[in-house]
Write a protein that binds this ligand. Structure first.
Ligand code: ADP
Ligand code: MG
Length: 396
């Protein structure tokens, strides 16, 4: 194990009370590290990748596997508290850490979020509406699937993200082949609903049970990946927004959650609200809060895990967030993806560019995001469309 970024001039390097740790070194970890450092904390990142976006900016980078006993031990002895920045962190690693250090969120909550079947059962137990579904874990389950669930989407129960591990299943007869195509992994068969809009709520809960949330976001997905977030949600009534916030808070409470939790919802064409899924961490749809709120989702994560007061974030500017995927990078003569010309974008008023420091651009890979703020939503939208045109981002 090597601590590639251990700052040598920091006398407080081993002072537990001053270091916050994070499992995972992706862009969410990087933005968490930035927020922690703003409050004067030192940071420790555990990620096997020598060039992980968060590891590159952290005081300490433990470059090791997530279940590496020595690395977990060092993280526990170095940190005041440890959090996670990705959903699929081994829950056993969180359990092991929790024996020695504060861990937020806890392994029990993360285990529920990691498994769509557990997650949906939890929604039901909390009287939060969700899409009709069936668990598909055996050939018998395939036999028993009801025709009323179709057209449907078959989703692997675990390890799916950004639309990966999902197949559209138009009719019952297509189910056996679809399940085979997903390697007969444990799955959830979900009725495909007619969506009017997608929204999400980011809520933060402290150890004392205090809760605050960001304003409701409206999200546009393209090919299963978040493309655009708009705040305030332009097409969502106050009643629906309030209902979504109430559901998110109820879920956080029911989980005994500590930290930042995001709940994704569908607003159906008929106007009903149904919960889709939860993420036990800050969320891509909450990135706008860095530039458009006085307290960001990452500030809330730092405060919640460190036992500091949570204050309700105030949206000071309407905002649109565009995800910058690797696809947007033009190919050069040698077929390599190169960075777009950032200067014309940065010349636009209210554009806040965030790049994650990833060396290699690939289609679908999140390379950065761009938040546009302005005095009015209309102005922000106009600038966002101009930015989109400059980037080759499909208009919205
Ligand atoms: P992921 O973990 O990949 O984000 P989701 O379950 O959120 O998986 O699905 C990704 C996207 O697919 C959703 O944001 C939504 O656009 C669409 N989708 C998922 N489930 C349904 C459904 N039951 N009905 C209609 N669209 C769906
Ligand atoms: Mg999702």
């Amino acid at each position: 194990m090597s601590a590639v970024n251990d700052a040598s001039d920091a006398p407080a390097a081993s002072t537990p009370a001053l270091t916050l740790g994070v499992m995972g070194g992706g862009q969410l970890g990087r933005m968490f590290v930035h927020a922690a450092q703003t409050l004067g904390f030192r940071t420790a990142v555990l990620d096997p990748d020598a060039l992980s976006p968060a590891g590159l900016v952290s005081h300490l980078h433990l470059q090791a596997a997530y279940l590496d006993a020595a690395a977990l031990s060092e993280l526990a002895s170095t940190c005041l508290a440890v959090t996670t920045e990705f959903e699929n962190v081994p829950a056993d690693a969180l359990d092991s850490l929790a024996q020695r250090v504060n861990v937020a969120p806890g392994a029990a909550a993360v285990r529920i979020c990691q498994d769509r079947a557990r997650e949906k059962a939890f929604f039901k137990s909390m009287a939060v509406p969700c899409a009709p579904y069936a668990v598909i874990a055996s050939a018998d389950d395939v036999q028993r699937a009801e025709a009323t669930l179709f057209p449907a989407i078959l989703k692997t129960s675990q390890l799916g993200y950004d639309g990966k591990g999902q197949l559209a299943v138009p009719e019952l007869a297509a189910l056996p082949a679809a399940w085979a195509a997903l390697s007969q992994a444990p799955c959830l068969l979900e009725k495909k609903l007619a969506l009017a809009h997608e929204i999400s709520v980011v809520v933060a809960r402290g150890r004392d049970g205090a809760m605050v949330q960001l304003p409701v976001q409206q999200n546009l997905h393209r090919a299963g990946i978040l493309a655009l977030t708009q705040v305030p949600a332009p097409d969502v009534s106050a009643a629906i927004a309030n209902e979504a916030v109430a559901c998110a808070r109820r879920l956080a409470e029911g989980l005994g959650y500590v930290g930042v939790l995001c709940v994704e919802f569908f607003v159906l064409e008929g106007g009903q609200l149904v919960a889709n899924e939860m993420a036990p961490r800050p969320h891509n749809s909450g990135h706008y809060s860095i530039d458009a709120c006085d307290v960001s989702q990452f500030d809330l994560q730092v405060r919640a895990m460190a036992g500091l007061p949570l204050v309700a974030p105030r949206l000071h500017s309407p905002a649109l967030m565009l995800n910058l995927l690797g696809d947007l990078r033009p190919l050069d003569a040698a077929g390599q993806r190169v960075a777009p010309h950032w200067a014309p974008l940065l010349a636009l008023p209210g554009v806040h560019l965030h790049l994650y420091g990833k060396a290699e651009a690939r289609p679908g890979r999140k390379m950065g995001h761009l938040t546009v703020t302005a005095a009015s939503f209309g102005q922000a939208r106009e600038v966002a469309q101009t930015a989109a045109a400059l980037l080759g981002f499909e208009p919205f």
